[in-house]
Design a binder for this molecule. Structure first.
Ligand SMILES: Cc1ncc(COP(=O)(O)O)c(C=O)c1O
Length: 364
């Protein structure tokens, strides 16, 4: 009954999971499979509604100049270094198209879309695997050897699904290795604003032509259904990516909300602190119960009970039957179902999770 095709490819959509598992819907479902900000959104819909009719009928600005200016101010980067897309996902596919037929390196386990997108565009994909034994980190010699055999490195920092982070100083060393080995680096910073460790290298892009940074506004600002993300890279790269992109990929509502949320400079700091408090509390409790928890700095983490796929499959069934929906790890290379990815949510939801994870340990 359990096979990789049983499970959704991504988190979210718990109803689909219940259907696939032939499990009756629980009356109260808490979705831990989705890793967007669990707290209140930073926008007031009543301010949007008066403009809605015009936004529905008029074409968006194809150049997205005012959004680029807002990002430019936020990240202190020249607008010529920006491409705005329909979520970071579209940006990943456009970069895969840009690097078509080249040799790509991916540090695993990580977000599944890099490999899929690169393979669609005829790339050869090589993988460097990390494990829990090294806290999901690579060392500099390993990455240098790996980068010598590839044209482009995709690196997710903070990493989905482990929640682990390579700090900014170490990242600068990796960028330097990329310069020496003539390797482009695509650094996906979709979760950088949740990280309690400083890790962003966006300010390096203007100095390093081989560095490409990806950002998403859908996670922190709860815009997953509206879709907006961006690429920061040298203008020569930005112009090629823009040429591949269909016009009006970003709708006006997404553009207007992006400008609004980027002006709220305290909001991400506040959310990050609230998540940190909950993450530290939950992780402490889970470790006391004897679970493995990945050393996460963000709003999700990996959990395992004895690194056993069999046990985790049964734990997943148990949680789902009790209305708690985790993200399976069958399609993360190297995880193979031996872990579950769980979001850090609000206190009440986290308590529901802790209750069931305690219950599971008492049954075993
Ligand atoms: C690491 C990572 N990058 C990019 C994305 C895509 O984000 P977006 O919603 O902006 O397309 C995701 C979505 O889960 C992600 O986990």
């Amino acid at each position: 009954m359990f096979s990789i095709t049983t499970f959704p490819k991504h988190g979210a959509n718990p109803i689909y999971l219940y259907e696939k598992l032939h499990t009756p819907l629980h009356e109260e479902i808490v979705d831990f499979s989705v890793n967007v900000n669990p707290f209140e959104a930073p926008y007031d819909l009543s301010t949007i509604i008066p403009h809605f009719e015009k936004w529905l009928s008029d074409y968006p600005d194809p150049e997205l100049t005012s959004v680029k200016n807002a990002i430019s101010l936020y990240d202190q980067i020249d607008p010529g270094y920006l491409f705005i897309g329909n979520g970071a996902s579209q940006c990943i596919f456009l970069l895969a198209q840009l690097f078509q037929n080249r040799t790509i390196g991916i540090v695993q386990p990580t977000f599944v879309e890099y490999k899929e997108a690169c393979e669609i565009y005829g790339c050869t994909v090589k993988e460097l695997k990390t494990t829990e034994k090294t806290d999901w980190q690579f060392n500099l010699e390993e990455i240098r050897d790996f980068m010598e055999g590839i044209d482009v490195l995709f690196l997710c920092n903070p990493n989905n699904p482990t929640g682990t982070v390579i700090n900014q100083d170490r990242m600068k060393e990796v960028i330097e290795i990329g310069r020496e080995t003539n390797t482009y680096l695509v650094i996906d910073e979709a979760f950088y604003d949740f990280s309690t460790i400083n890790c962003s290298v966006v300010t390096e892009v203007e100095k390093q032509d081989h560095l490409i940074v990806l950002r998403s506004l859908t996670k922190m600002y709860k815009l997953a259904g509206i879709r907006i993300g961006y690429i920061v890279a040298a203008p020569s790269i930005i112009n090629k990516v823009a040429a591949y992109s269909p016009p009006w990929s970003v709708n006006t509502l997404a553009a207007e909300l992006a400008k609004h949320v980027l002006s709220l400079t305290n909001y991400p700091h506040d959310i990050k602190s609230r998540i940190r408090v909950e993450r530290e509390r939950v992780v402490n409790e889970l470790k006391k119960l004897g679970y493995y928890v990945s050393p996460s700095s963000v709003n999700f983490y990996l959990l395992s009970d004895s690194f056993s796929e069999y046990k985790m499959k049964n734990l997943m069934k148990y949680l789902v039957a009790n209305g708690v929906v985790p993200r399976h790890t069958y399609n993360f290379i190297g995880l193979d179902g031996k872990f579950l990815r769980l979001a850090v949510k609000d206190q009440r939801s986290n308590d529901v999770l802790l209750t069931h994870l305690k219950g599971w340990k008492q049954r075993c």
